[in-house]
Write a protein that binds this ligand. Structure first.
Ligand code: SF4
Ligand code: SF4
Length: 381
């Protein structure tokens, strides 16, 4: 039997209190369902979630409230200005309060609270990726703090991206440092699962560390770190300058500090991560950086820029199991192969993780490399 939190009016008030006020503007046009990537692989209705919320009939024990990847497509199209992401998260906050959350999310919250990262790595080993690279600890007065985030610090595949980034910064003569074990997860994705308490805990810890170390400018590799530092940490009064690595490489190349001497003679296509593109409108710099590389051919996929197809990893979905046949990343890989790409380049650890998984299951002798933009640039400096 389906469990509702409380009958009717009371639950309507609870949803509003948790940030779901905008559901009331919904007039059930169904545009959100028409544009939602879930409906390319199975069926999911944000329109239905909105209707249930308005009538106080939300079922917090059903999988539906955990589906949205917060890709940002439907909020950009809704004619009534419903903020489906904020409103959808309000339902997850209620579920979190009642302890009705997927087991995987409970495990991740535990890792975040005990070790400060979502992968369960040892807190003290957060800077292990940088061993032997002559990377300094950040000190006040340095040009920029490099904040690699959890995946680039602990995930074996993603550590290569942190290494590539450090090498690029060194080549360009950037005065940078890292905070290693003093940095914790940015908290963006756990917030989208409705676990506001863990998010606040992490945000406060990072903000205190940044202030204590005199940080002014922060360089990030993940669009999720970028999003929360730029758009969510200001809720706590933090106003540091945040720059994504694709923007910073653009700046370094433009000012002549970074020279691209080599060539990369491959056919590339670029995937816009939701939190870099749709959410933060950073579409041009990654393309312009790739466009500076000798020999590289860049072709666009069917869905690109504002219409980019979500990889499936946002909104905490990176930590939830998605059946193989329901992975958006499989469709994205097909789109990349359709434009004859040898390399699918992107600039987000969740996208790389999901695409790499999908690439392993490609059949018919087809193959494609999955690369971060920094890994391509590292090869030509
Ligand atoms: S697009 Fe907006 S108004 Fe239309 S069904 Fe979805 S939430 Fe409601
Ligand atoms: S934000 Fe994206 S995943 Fe979530 S309901 Fe809207 S279109 Fe679907």
């Amino acid at each position: 039997m389906t469990e509702t939190v409380a009958p009717y009016k009371e639950i309507v008030d609870i949803i509003k209190l948790q940030g779901g006020q905008s559901f009331k503007y919904c007039y059930q046009c169904g545009i959100c369902d028409a544009v939602c990537p879930w409906n390319k692989v199975s069926s999911f209705s944000m329109r239905k979630l909105a209707r249930q919320a308005v009538f106080g009939l939300t079922a917090i024990d059903e999988e539906e409230i955990w589906r949205c990847t917060t890709c940002g497509t439907c909020p950009s199209r809704c004619p009534r200005g419903v903020d489906q992401i904020k409103a959808g998260v309000s339902l997850r906050r209620i579920a979190t309060e009642y302890g009705v959350v997927p087991d995987s999310i409970t495990t991740i919250s535990g890792h975040l609270m005990s070790e400060g990262n979502s992968l369960g790595g040892e807190r003290g080993k957060r800077a292990a990726w940088a061993e032997g690279l002559s990377v300094n600890t950040f000190a006040e007065g340095m040009e920029i703090l490099y904040y690699p985030g959890c995946y680039l610090s602990y995930d074996p595949r993603m550590k290569k991206v942190a290494v590539a980034t450090a090498k690029i910064l060194q080549k360009a003569g950037v005065g940078f440092g890292i905070l290693g074990p003093k940095e914790v997860c940015c908290g963006e994705s756990i917030r989208k699962t409705g676990d506001e308490a863990t998010f606040k805990h992490l945000a406060r810890e990072n903000i205190k560390t940044f202030i204590d170390h005199g940080v002014k400018r922060i360089l990030v590799s993940s669009p999720h770190c970028f999003h929360t530092f730029a758009n969510e940490y200001p809720e706590f009064g933090m106003h540091f300058e945040v720059i994504h690595i694709t923007q910073f490489m653009h700046e370094l190349i433009g000012s002549g500090r970074l020279e691209l001497k080599g060539s990369y003679a491959k056919r590339i296509t670029y995937h816009d991560p939701c939190y870099l593109g749709r959410h933060n409108k950073i579409f041009d710099q990654p393309r312009e950086v790739l466009g500076q590389v000798n020999g590289l051919t860049l072709n666009e996929m069917e869905d690109y820029r504002e219409n980019s197809l979500c990889c499936g990893g946002g909104g905490g979905r990176i930590w939830m199991e998605t059946p193989k046949e329901e992975r958006f990343s499989n469709i994205r890989l097909k789109q990349a192969l359709d434009v004859d790409a040898e390399v699918l380049a992107t600039s987000c650890p969740y996208c790389i993780t999901n695409f790499t998984d999908s690439a392993l299951s490609l059949g018919n002798g087809r193959s494609i490399e999955i690369k971060d933009v920094t890994e391509i640039i590292q090869e030509v400096i």
